[in-house]
Write a protein that binds this ligand. Sequence first.
Ligand code: 5GP
Ligand code: MG
Length: 475
Amino acid sequence: MHEKCGVVGISLTDRDAARPLYYSLYALQHRGQESAGIVTHDGFQQHSHVEMGLVSEAFQEGDLEPLAGSNGIGHVRYPTAGSVDTCCAQPFSVSFKSGSLGLSHNGNLVNTDEIRDELANLGHAFTSDGDTEVIAHDLARNLLEADLVRAVKRTMNRLHGSYSLTIMHDETVLGVRDPQGNRPLCIGELDDGYVIASESAAIDTLGGELVRDVRPGELVVLQPDGTGYDTYQLVDRDHSAHCFFEHIYFARPDSVINEELVYDVRRQLGRALWAESGIETDAVMPVPDSGRSFASGYAEAAPEDVEFAEGLMKNRYVGRTFIMPTQDERERAVRLKLNPIRSTVEGKTVTIIDDSIVRGTTSTQLVELLHEAGAEEVHVRIGAPPIVAPCYLGIDMASREELIAGDQSVEEICAEIKADSLAYLSIDAVAEALNKSKADLCLGCVTGAYPYDIEGEQTDREVSRPSVDQASADD
Ligand code: 5GP
Ligand code: MG
């Protein structure tokens, strides 16, 4: 199960957290459109509202009032094929002997089955096949034997994969980022409290200030009275494995992640794309919206007589991205979503800029559309390296067979999408724009070698799955 989601947690001094949580979920809506939920705690008990759909659909007038309490967490979930029921909607909540737990998870574990089997043998019953429930049960068990901080550490020592979590233990809100920092998570300060969120755009929405990223392997504990927080560096690794695709596609351009503004990174990638593979053209056109910042960087680096044209119009009401089950539907969806402006295209050589190619559906359709609209030549430039392998860490891309670059060269792909030329960006340019060494990035989907021990796949560093029974030994 691949989940790229949005998480948030808030502690306030003197007002209910539900409304700011609700606004944060709006700010994180791009990270997940399948379900939305909030869990709060009023000092006595938990309150929960989790529904399918967009935030605007999941919450109706009156749904926030019952969510009492100045501490809470929230979640938006990304749609994954075949899982359109409420079993996996979050936050996950459970009550057990030593209190109540709520959990919001962004990321994907790669050793879920081992931990679930071990817990099942101890008598734990599971209601879903998701990894979030496994984390909740593991933490619940550790909380019977250890204090909060040590219990979280024990659980972290058993998990392998990516996880940015906001957790509520009774009324205490926690944030946890996996030891390799694969998914983003940051801390923000409000006038009357603190927030932990997937992206800083959520903090901006609340009128707060970004304090900093949660460090890889760090636990943040918000004080339930909203006056501060404590941090604990629980697990140390020599290198991070930040997902570079957050900066390419997934995150909002107005978010700061790993200390880099996503918009600046995308523009720099656009300039690098011109430097690496710029081609003479009449007009440069972004594929809206994901190609926009790349195209503005590319056009900025190009000679002055190259026009930056908004030649492709997006139907904003097709905003919600369903995972289309058939290729035919996916092709139709591109035409439903994007339409060229004839006068900007007719008789011209145009270069379209997109952030990435996954299956190749979008580029194939756009090249055809632009030719139909009268373009002489259509060149395609992509602000990421070819995606050659699947993601196991929380981005639901496609299987290897579905990836157009899975077994084809750039020349072959160019021929398949019928472009006049095609170029991708180099991995080095990505690392440079992110201001990170390649050893601190997860590049699995563009190299086929992962910074995690995944069954049947290669690794790019020395990593091994923790043995599931080792944890209590080392706290
Ligand atoms: P393709 O049409 O080649 O399968 O996908 C490429 C398009 O999908 C690009 O325009 C890119 O912005 C977008 N894209 C890239 N990654 C993802 C993803 O994980 N989910 C969704 N819905 N779209 C994506
Ligand atoms: Mg796109």
